[in-house]
Structures are given as C-alpha cells and as structure tokens.
Write a protein that binds this ligand. Structure first.
Ligand code: NAD
Length: 261
C-alpha cells in the first residue's frame, strides 16, 4: 500500500498503459482521478472500483480541459500528490519530406504540449506535498529514430527534455519529475487508437509479433503492467532520489539482439 492517502491523476486512463497504472495506483491505496476522452471506457473503470477511482473527461489537446481536470481533482481530493501524464496517440505518420504544417502541429499538441500543460496545471496543486511526483510517458521513440513515425519521435524526445527542465523548475517545491520509455507494449495504440488504414494496423501488429518472437532479448510481448510497475516505482518514495531522468522498460529492444556470426 505505497500510495495510501495519496491523490493521483492519470491521463489516457481508459486503455492500455494508463488503465494498468490506474489499477496499480488504486490497488496500492491511492485515490485516482482517471482522465480520458473515452467516456465509456473511463466510466467503466470507475464503476468497477468501489469509489477509489473517479472518471473525469479530459481531452489533453485542449489546455482548458487539462486545467479543469487538475483543478477538479485537487478540489475533490484536497490536493494532488501524483500525476501520470500518459495520454497520446500516434499522431501524423508522414515522413519529414511529406508532413504538413498542420500534421506537425497536431502531433506536437497531442504528444508534447499535452504533457507540458499537464505539468503546468498540476504543479500548483502539488507544491509542498510530501513525496509529490510526476511521471511522463515518453517512448523508445525518444531514444532512437527508427521506432515510430517522425513527428511522434520528435515529440517524445521533447517529453524527455521537458521532464529534465520541469524537474529543475519544480525541485524547489519538492516535486520530482521523471519519465518512462516503454518499448513495444501490447495496447490499442497499434489498432483502434491509430487513425490509420487497416493495412498499417496489420503492419503494426506484425511488428509487435516480430518483437515478441525474436527481435528483442526478452522474447515476449511487453504488457501494460510492465510499464505500470515502473510508473508506480517512480511515483513512490522508493524513488525519492530520482528526478529529471527516465526508466527504459523495453525488453532490451534498444540494446539490440545478438546475431550469430
Ligand atoms: P492506448 O491507445 O491503449 O491508450 C491511450 C489512451 O489515451 C486511450 O484510452 C485514449 O482514449 C486516450 N487518449 C488518446 N487521445 C487522447 C486525448 N486527446 N485526450 C485524452 N485521452 C486521449 O495506448 P497506450 O499504448 O496505452 O499509450 C499510452 C502512452 O504510451 C502514450 O503516450 C503512448 O505514446 C505511449 N507509448 C506506448 C507504447 C506502446 O508500445 N504501446 C510505446 C511507447 C510509448
């Protein structure tokens, strides 16, 4: 029960990594405000929680939605101790020589500005609270160029640097800020969440299957709980000496696979 008495806010809470993190935090005692644009998914999560999880609708591409989310969570919870800025989707999939200005802006807004505004509007409610911690979802795409579409990769790299800068800004208030970098994790982001044609979804599923089978040292598919466990650690007092850094949870994907020669 590492989070007994803590108030947490999680975005992208209705599915995948966010949902697993909500259940992990609530399972260890937190009162969790679960935010998403998926109202049915968010409400279902809350309904099954005996009051420990409350759903608040929030579109993280709308700054005023994020401001309202943090204000409402702080009002109902009496403050905020933990924030997991996690919501995102794949964004514009075009390469750099084809992407449009609008596609670029949409992706930066969805993947990077959303996290910046999450920190911006949560921090005032977290100042001075013992063990206050923010965790942001980056990606292996922030560390290597070939793991994702172009704009998403750049935005996730921005999330990593934002994490460092925010950690320096907020240290004076006792707020730690860290990021996680998931590898390929079996979630809806490769299927229903992506606004892509079916053939691209099939290609994404094939990549996941390949990763699971042999392309990374830990030869199984990454699961949302693999990431939720890391998020819980970073949000807990066990990580009280960690700020401005990231945890890579990728089954060894980025160290590469040994090839016989
Ligand atoms: P998912 O599609 O299962 O969950 C994403 C959730 O975010 C959904 O519930 C969706 O409704 C919500 N969401 C999407 N746009 C939103 C918006 N504008 N406002 C509020 N909520 C919104 O995907 P996931 O894999 O769990 O993704 C969670 C995070 O993990 C994302 O930041 C993603 O970029 C990151 N990530 C995922 C992987 C992976 O392999 N699955 C790898 C690296 C990073």
């Amino acid at each position: 029960m590492r989070f007994a008495g803590k108030v947490a806010v999680v975005t992208g809470a209705a599915s995948g990594i966010g949902k697993a993190a909500v259940l992990k935090l609530a399972g260890e005692g937190a009162h969790v405000f679960a935010a998403d644009i998926d109202e049915a998914g968010g409400q279902a999560l809350a309904a099954a929680s005996n009051g420990r999880i409350e759903f608040i609708r929030c579109d993280v591409t709308v700054a005023s939605d994020i401001e309202a989310l943090m204000n409402e969570a702080a009002k109902r919870g009496g403050g905020i101790d933990i924030v997991f800025n996690n919501a995102a989707a794949g964004g514009d999939r075009a390469p750099i020589d084809e992407i449009t200005p609008d596609g670029w802006d949409w992706t930066m807004n969805l993947v990077l500005k959303s996290v910046a505004m999450g920190i911006r509007y949560a921090a005032p409610h977290m100042k001075g609270r013992k063990g206050a911690a923010i965790v942001n979802t980056a990606s292996v795409a922030a560390l290597g160029a070939g793991y994702s579409p172009t704009a998403y990769a750049v935005a996730k790299a921005g999330v990593l640097h934002l994490t460092k800068v925010a950690a320096t800004d907020l240290a004076q208030y006792g707020i730690r800020v860290n990021a996680i970098c998931p590898g390929f994790i079996n979630t809806n982001i490769f299927t229903t969440s992506l606004e892509v044609p079916d053939e691209s979804k099939d290609a994404a599923k094939a990549v996941i299957a390949e990763m699971s089978a042999h392309a990374q040292p830990v030869a199984r598919g990454g699961q949302p709980d693999d990431i939720a466990n890391a998020v819980a650690y970073l949000a807990s007092e066990e990580a009280s000496f960690m700020t401005g850094t990231h945890m890579l949870v990728d089954g060894g994907l980025t160290i590469g696979q040994r090839h016989a020669w």
